[in-house]
Design a binder for this molecule. Structure first.
Ligand code: AOF
Ligand code: ZN
Length: 347
């Protein structure tokens, strides 16, 4: 077995915890001695033990003189949990193979340095690209202090989201709906504007995914227009965060009101990032999509395209004046529809 083989196992462990560790990264670790795996670990949840700690625990005395494969640079800072570098030194491991450095300014190379300073052989960059992909959202979040934003739209072939303004139009099929609920489960929060609530009155919960995780529902309602009887207020099972400049006449235990004199989109994103939202799924209509795109706040686009033409009277997905170059990451056919995942070209 090569270093790449063992790192692939560690990457699989990390991948399986993706979406459940926010605002922490997903990390996997494998400890190998004499060509035998003696320990495995995954970071499962923010606030709980890091991947290396689980793996060291499993390895026990076998960790001595062993090689540690870890998908992210071990931390040397004292966060909510202890420093992994110290635990590795104490266990007297021989060699540490790291897939990628940690972009967290509190770590950023200092974990590797401390290991090397203490005589440990460290290799960095094995399966680096895959490791960076797994923690793409975390890296964005920890360096920009903003959530990683995915903008989702279901559009007709001519790029329209509804036949008429203020009216909901069925565009894509059931398989897309299932896929959207899976995506909701994988995000920390989803966001719409008050217009979407007033026209569609959606519940904005995940009801179709096998993954039962529910994202927080965020509504930008600057004018305080939401009435108490809409679904996101009536349904108390999931938190709803309202960003507004006017106070409401109602209160509810699941509703958190963020009141300010003005809410720019950037302020909203900064505020929710501070509250621990690392991944945001934007499901808004034309207005919200336009603002996010125009202000270059989108990292990933997911478009579901239906074989349907709605014509010139219909509402476009966005009305921007900017020119944005995107890169296709993935395409898939979902029933009669096509899914295209794109990312902003940073090159
Ligand atoms: C690792 N292994 O498995 C993870 C790491 O608050 P704490 O103590 O959990 O620290 C969180 C930070 O630690 C996080 O921002 C990231 O830089 C690093 N995560 N590091 O060595 C792990 N999850
Ligand atoms: Zn750690």
């Amino acid at each position: 077995m090569t270093d790449e083989n063992y790192m692939q196992t560690a990457l699989q462990l990390a991948t399986q915890a993706k979406g459940q560790t926010s605002p922490n990264p997903a990390v996997g670790c494998v400890i190998v001695k004499h060509n035998r795996i003696v320990g495995l670990g995954t970071h499962l949840r923010a606030g709980e033990a890091h991947a290396e700690i689980h793996a060291l625990h499993m390895a026990g005395h076998d960790a001595e003189q062993a090689t540690v494969y870890v998908t992210l640079e071990p931390c040397q800072h004292q966060g909510r949990t202890g420093a992994c570098v110290d635990a590795l030194l104490q266990a007297q491991v021989k060699r540490v193979v790291v897939a990628t450095l940690d972009a967290n300014p509190l770590v950023a190379g200092s974990g590797v340095k401390k290991l090397r300073d203490n005589g440990i052989e460290v290799i960095v960059g094995v399966c680096e690209r895959e490791a960076q992909q797994i923690n793409e959202a975390f890296f964005h979040y920890i360096t920009t202090k903003m959530p990683f934003v995915t903008l989702k739209q279901a559009i007709s072939l001519d790029g329209k989201i509804s036949a008429n303004k203020g009216q909901q139009t069925a565009i894509t099929g059931n398989i897309v709906q299932q896929d959207v609920h899976n995506a909701r489960a994988e995000h920390d929060a989803l966001l719409v504007g008050s217009q979407t609530i007033l026209t569609d009155n959606p519940l904005l919960t995940n009801r179709l995914s096998a993954n039962k995780k529910q994202p927080i529902r965020i509504v930008i309602d600057r004018q305080g227009l939401l009435p108490q009887h809409v679904n996101v207020i009536k349904d108390t099972t999931v938190p709803t965060w309202l960003f507004t400049t006017k106070s409401y006449s109602f209160t509810a235990h699941h509703v958190r009101v963020f009141l300010a004199n003005n809410w720019s989109l950037e302020d909203v994103l900064t505020t929710i990032a501070q509250a621990g939202i690392m991944t945001l799924y934007v499901e808004g209509g034309q207005q919200i999509a336009t603002s996010f795109i125009q202000q270059q706040l989108v990292q990933r686009y997911v478009l579901y395209i239906a074989p349907l033409l709605l014509g010139t009277g219909a509402v476009s997905m966005a009305a921007t004046t900017t020119h944005n170059q995107l890169r296709i990451k993935e395409t898939a056919t979902l029933g009669n529809d096509i899914k295209i995942t794109m990312e902003v070209d940073t090159c």
